[in-house]
Design a protein around this ligand. Structure first.
Ligand code: ASP
Length: 342
């Protein structure tokens, strides 16, 4: 299926192509099992003594904080560096040297970098497992895992399955790496219908569409957002990746909403599951998901962010070869009140 090894103990996680359907099901089972720890109902120390090296050379809120929170909630420790300015890359150090050095300080590395393929270069020089937290317009595997995990839950709650469902994917499909990983991972399922809507110049790369088509899925481009979302079970909207394009192209894609409530009403689909990798660009004319959908019953964007913790814990447990039995033996009920709902 892929020339990359499946994602398991001692291995890097660089691409969603490292999963097949059985390994994905096992992985989601692990993400379920750590739910009480993710939700802070229980305290776990299974990673006591382990160190995460968190290296983010591009902006991030959710991905960095949730990877770091996941590691801390499993009882590990975190060292972090953000941006080029405060790392020796600003002094011309190569990816290979940086990777070799920081892997000497850590048990696992999470790396985000603006260049496609750069995290694989990191992994090649690292002595510990490396997790790709986004390599330019390339891939964002942990995001796709939490997206599909959320789809399984949301569709399951509606008596549906990911197999056979209709997913509308909207926005910047060219530079949006989450979409590239998502479509590849969804391709492990059966008989999907994927309808795409993107503005001119921001179309899905043919290789990504071809990946799904070769695996038997129906992929069609729609002329309007309303056409794309009509009859869909899930709609996945993405931000225009302004930082990856010319100012001229960014300007050409600064107009109104990508998706709002009126469009869903026109499509007769206000019940659809609404997803977005976030951040949502809430500036005016950002051409992104409108906040006027937030009261709709299918809004799942914050379920995605919450589920990100379970999924990232499962990534660390897999990479570091920790059994569910070891997790169970090192987990206890917490003595404090953690949320407003307690
Ligand atoms: N947070 C996601 C990413 O890093 C999506 C985005 O930035 O639009 O790719």
């Amino acid at each position: 299926m892929t020339d990359l090894p499946l994602f398991e103990q001692g291995r890097h996680l660089l691409s969603v192509a490292q999963f097949d359907r059985p390994t994905l099901a096992r992985f989601f089972g692990l993400a379920d099992a750590v739910g009480p720890i993710a939700q802070r109902q229980a305290v776990c120390t299974v990673l006591d003594g382990a160190m995460l090296g968190s290296l983010f050379f591009e902006p991030s809120t959710r991905t960095r904080l949730s990877f770091e929170s996941a590691f801390l909630r499993l009882g590990g420790e975190v060292t972090t560096t953000t941006g080029f300015t405060f790392s020796s890359m600003a002094k011309g150090e190569s990816i290979a040297d940086t990777a070799r050095v920081v892997s000497g300080y850590s048990d696992v590395l999470v790396v985000r970098h603006p260049d496609e393929g750069s995290v694989a270069q990191f992994a090649a020089a690292s002595t510990v497992p490396v997790v790709n937290a986004g390599d330019g317009a390339g891939e964002h595997p942990s995001q796709a895992l939490l997206d599909v995990y959320t789809m399984e839950k949301e569709l399951g709650a509606r008596g549906k399955t990911v197999d056979g469902c209709h997913i509308a994917i909207l926005g910047d499909l060219k530079y949006g790496r989450t979409v590239h990983s998502l479509i590849k991972l969804l391709s492990l399922y059966e008989h999907l219908t994927v309808t795409l809507f993107s503005p001119p110049s921001l179309e899905l790369p043919a290789a990504v569409a071809g990946y799904a088509v070769e695996r038997g899925h129906r992929v069609a481009e729609a002329d309007t957002v309303v056409d794309a979302v009509r009859g869909a079970d899930v709609v996945y909207a993405t931000r225009v990746q302004r930082e990856r394009m010319t100012e001229e192209l960014a300007q050409a894609n600064a107009r109104g909403d990508l998706l709002n409530r009126a469009m869903l009403r026109e499509a007769g689909n206000e019940e659809v599951v609404i997803m977005h990798p976030l951040p949502r660009d809430s500036r005016s004319d950002s051409f992104d998901l409108s906040t006027d959908v937030d009261a709709l019953p299918g809004l799942a964007i914050f379920k995605q962010t919450d589920n990100g913790l379970n999924v990232r814990m499962a990534i660390f447990l897999t990479a570091l070869g920790v059994s569910t039995e070891a997790v169970r033996l090192t987990t206890k009920q917490r003595p404090w009140k953690a949320t407003l709902r307690d």
